[in-house]
Design a protein around this ligand. Structure first.
Ligand SMILES: [Zn+2]
Length: 174
């Protein structure tokens, strides 16, 4: 099922806004970027970008820079320091700062490239490359408009869902 995005989603980032901001994740935060995309947040992964490029891209595209680099976080007007190398702690830091970030897979963003997903009907030629088990189950399938990667509700989604739920718990660290 495709979730409707909240009104104003993807517009100007706001620290106190209702909709989650758009992000730019630095090179150290690739896994965090994938999880943010899983829940539908527009997150560019700045792999290979220099500090100056990260700051310029964040400013140009109205994104909040998520960075592990303390000096860099002080340079950006809209930068957020992620202290921990652990994914669970990183996620919880983002959720603490932006409680509006969803905690369930949204099937609206490609976790590989941040492209937008669209539903794929069974007659679509792209559905031909699905594993037979998925086709037979009549599961909702989505395709990335940019890279074509296919997504569906399955065991991988289930484990992500469980992990996201566990991270909400008081003692969870993994
Ligand atoms: Zn993609």
């Amino acid at each position: 099922m495709v979730r409707g995005l909240p009104k104003g989603f993807g517009r100007r980032p706001g620290w106190a806004g209702v909709a989650p901001p758009r992000w730019l994740a630095d090179e150290m935060l690739g896994r965090l970027a994938r999880y943010l995309r899983f829940v539908g947040c527009d997150t560019v992964y700045g792999r290979g970008m220099s500090d100056d490029e990260l700051l310029a891209t964040a400013a140009r595209e109205g994104r909040i820079l998520l960075t592990r680099d303390r000096p860099l976080s002080r340079r950006g007007r809209q930068a957020f320091l992620i202290d921990s190398p652990e994914l669970a702690r990183q996620w919880r830091a983002v959720r603490a700062a932006w409680p509006e970030v969803p905690i369930a897979p949204a099937f609206s963003r490609c976790t590989r490239c941040n492209g937008e997903l669209e539903p794929v009907v069974p007659e679509d030629p792209r559905a031909a490359s699905l594993p037979p088990g998925v086709r037979g189950r009549r599961t909702a399938v989505f395709a990335c408009r940019s890279c074509g990667h296919l997504y569906w509700e399955g065991s991988h989604t289930e484990s992500v869902r469980r992990r996201l739920a566990a991270w909400e718990g008081p003692a969870a660290e993994r």
